[in-house]
Design a protein. Structure first.
Length: 67
């Protein structure tokens, strides 16, 4: 039972990371005017995409090897 809880917690953490970075990307795309500390919006979005891809890869790995 503990194993399943740990796997579920890891999956939920990865899903939350995906949502966090997706939300950040949406903010950068929709509210560009209010983001003065990020002069290179495209590079900032790419960094968010990289973080989102990492979380996605972790989630897929958990599903493939631990389901």
């Amino acid at each position: 039972m503990l194993k399943e809880q740990l796997i579920q917690a890891a999956k939920q953490h990865a899903e939350a990371e995906i949502m966090l970075h997706k939300t950040n990307i949406n903010v950068y795309m929709e509210k560009v005017v209010g983001i003065g500390e990020h002069p290179d919006i495209v590079e900032t979005i790419r960094k968010e995409q990289d973080a989102m891809a990492t979380a996605h890869d972790k989630l897929e790995m958990l599903k493939k090897y631990f389901d």
